[in-house]
Design a binder for this molecule. Structure first.
Ligand SMILES: Nc1ncnc2c1ncn2[C@@H]1O[C@H](COP(=O)(O)OP(=O)(O)OP(=O)(O)O)[C@@H](O)[C@H]1O
Ligand SMILES: [Mg+2]
Length: 294
């Protein structure tokens, strides 16, 4: 099944979604990047919030969506307790702007919690209101970063398919490699996703990270030769990171010169540079439509 077919099915829509780039009419829609992994605990949430912080420091307008619907990872990591979430927007009690929470360094967090799961059951009117709100927000932001739960489940697949780019995080542990491969295999064979960006976390050196990437490419190539796996870098193992987690602070804020911080900044720079050339229109709406079953 092709990716577009799958999305169309997820969206329960007869017409093809509009993803065409229309330079004359386009406002600059945000880039939607989903960070996911096969195995849990490989560092996704820390990577997302630290990237968001670095990108915001570069002047990018960034929103983080916590796609780990059960555990609200982002809130816990930053020690925040949002008072309102998407549920209040659906009830018409709050606007999206009211529920956004300010993160450190100026990025925003969109508290979704279980709200996302309710989306398919909204009335037509609620869905249209929400899309209009989202469109307005979309005009004001440059990047939507999504942190997902680990492994293959319905929500992770939604986010992964609807985003423009997917970053798969893995660590040098053998189980992380096999789980990443299993995830890539499902996304490519069942959902026709062919492009993946690979980020190795907790490596002891670049050499080790590249060796992990080569191993992944080898298994992937042997079985799925149409895939494109793009190595986008590595984050070293850094003892300061768990310390920052315990303090509910961001590593890049607390220890900006630590080795993992320097690589996170480098990666954010890389992403920010690409952003100027890969901007597309309509993706934020496309993204939410999938979740709304429109
Ligand atoms: N580069 C690193 N160096 C040292 N420790 C790290 C690094 N990256 C992650 N960790 C450790 O791994 C823990 C888990 O990280 P994190 O919560 O970001 O993973 P996750 O992939 O989001 O997990 P989950 O799948 O449960 O959502 C961190 O609390 C930290 O202790
Ligand atoms: Mg997490």
């Amino acid at each position: 099944m092709h990716q577009a077919d799958t999305l169309e099915k997820l969206m329960n829509n007869s017409g093809a979604p509009s993803t065409h780039y229309r330079p004359e009419t386009a406002h600059k829609g945000p880039r939607v990047i989903c960070v996911t992994s096969g195995k849990g605990g490989v560092g996704k949430t820390n990577i997302v919030v630290n990237l968001a912080y670095c990108l915001a420091n570069m002047g990018k307008r960034v929103v983080v969506l916590d796609g780990d619907l059960n555990l609200a990872n982002v809130d816990i990591l930053l020690g925040i307790t949002p008072h309102y979430n998407l549920h209040h927007v659906f009830l018409g009690e709050k606007s999206l702007r009211d529920i956004l929470v300010q993160g450190p360094g100026g990025f925003s967090i969109l508290p979704a919690s279980s709200g996302i799961l309710e989306m398919a059951d909204l009335t037509e009117e609620q869905k249209l209101y929400f899309l209009a709100e989202m469109d307005e927000l979309g005009e004001k932001i440059d990047i939507l970063l999504i942190d997902t739960a680990a492994g293959i489940n319905k929500n992770v697949i939604y986010f992964t398919l609807a985003a423009q780019e997917r970053i798969i995080v893995l660590s040098p542990e053998p189980t992380s490699l096999t789980d990443a491969y299993a995830m890539i295999k499902v996304l490519s064979t069942r959902h026709d996703v062919k492009k993946f960006r690979i980020l190795i976390n907790s490596a002891n050196s670049e050499k080790e990270a590249l060796a992990v990437f080569r191993q992944l490419s080898m298994v992937a190539d042997r079985f799925l030769n149409t895939l494109s796996l793009d190595y986008i870098g590595y984050i070293p193992f850094d003892a300061r990171l768990p310390q920052a987690v315990r303090a509910q602070r961001l590593l890049t804020e607390l220890s900006p010169q630590s080795k993992a911080s320097l690589m996170l900044k480098k990666l954010a720079n890389q992403l920010a540079r690409e952003e100027q050339t890969t901007q597309q229109d309509g993706n934020i709406k496309f993204f939410w439509k999938g979740l709304l079953h429109l």
